[in-house]
Design a protein around this ligand. Sequence first.
Ligand code: HEM
Length: 489
Amino acid sequence: VGALLVLLWLSVCVLLFLLLGGRPKNFPPGPPPLPLLGNLLQLHPTNPLKDLDKLAQRYGPVFSIYIGGRLAVVLNGQQALREALVSQAVELTGRPDDIMISHMTEGKGVILADAGPSWKAHRRFALSTLRNFGLGKRSMEDRILEELTHVCALLEKSAGGWMDPQHLFHRAASNIICSVIFGSRFHYEDHYFQTLITMIEDINKLAIGPWAMLYDIAPVLRVLPLPFRRVFQNYQLLREHMQKVIRQHQLSTHTHPPRDMVDCYLQEIHKRAGDGSSFDDSHLESLLIDLFIAGTDTTSNTLRCACLYLMTHTHIQERCHQEIDSVLGSRECVSFEDRHSMPYVQAVLHESQRVADVVPLSVFHTTTAHTHIHGYAIPKGTMVIPNLSSALREEGQWRFPHEFNPHNFLNERGEFVKPDAFLPFSAGSRVCLGEVLARMELFLILVTMLRRFRLVWPEDAGMPDYQPLFGATQSPKPYRMGIQLREHT
Ligand code: HEM
């Protein structure tokens, strides 16, 4: 009976596709699709970025593709990305109603929540809490510097040898976000911490890959014990963790000023009581999970990419050492304000973000109303894929688009400049909510590390491989990092 149902369902899909498979009038052009698969065969399953480049060359910066049976518009290059994400910001605020993701998150949280009053209020709350950081005595900067004492202690232990920095950066980034949202951190070797991190990695992998697609297009398969079940189990476990944290905070909410984001949110629930707002415990759980997920891989992968290039471009690392030493002198700590006196380090950091290309296809958007992009008519509810990667290596936008070169961010006078094509955080109404936190983390961590240590590519490590592993977040392949204590520190 199961097989017959699947067959019947497939036939209905093929029929519907043949009847409705064309593109609407004045819609962005694109390659002809196959029934059911759409244009999936034209996209490399492990890294579609080169194929998207080829399609952009053929059909222009705004083209369309079928992902399975779903038609999507792809934006390529800084001009098309800015025109759509910034000029049409309001119309592009939606998120696709991916069935698996909406079943998992129940439409709550921020990252994958569709445009609407709840997304807007939660985004505003999180932004203002992160920006003003009404979190009492410990500023965001203090929390990052505190985590750095643990990072440096671990690096010191490895001095004279080498380590794989993945474990360290992942935990450091995760702990900073934990400190901001729950006011506490984990020991790096804590087993429970490891479990939480593995669950997030698993959700990231499964919720975006082929299993999610299968879940969405074949409801009859949902009852089977397939790997997508794990996404729901993991998400539920994360929820339970957040519930525990919230309960602990509820027992001591009288704390003034608030210690962390959970305290701020609980005060907000109290303030908004009775006004019909969506602020409640279950929305708080979703917000915390979102920030925990969004704030870990992204920052950690960028740091790993920066270290990879610094180790293998020793003259660039040397210039960073010189600038850091001359600006900080004998001062004990670095501050985020110091970035204004360190144009070269700033350029190196931004160049690392450019080549790291951590969120290559952003998070997909949908149109909330009928709109126009690049002269094409885009109906309400159309999925839009911002190809951020295309802008970060776009010829004509960068002096050295295909090499690691800090001069992409320096003018003739050696001043730091940020070209318009620098869009790793995206742009418009959905622009990354953690941008300020991420930039602060990247600067403070890199400067503190380079001040005390020299990063060395191990002699027996062979040629470095710069090609990242593609995913919802891209990451450098695992590598070993040699650590030397700098002499005068
Ligand atoms: C969204 C990049 C760090 C929280 C995004 C998006 C990108 C991005 C490309 C999608 C924007 C869009 O939909 O157009 C990055 C990069 C980071 C980083 C490159 C680090 C180098 C962080 C951190 C946090 C965070 C540390 C945590 C505070 C979020 C959230 C969203 C988001 C909550 C969803 C915003 C919304 O849908 O309204 N980020 N991110 N990100 N990011 Fe980040």
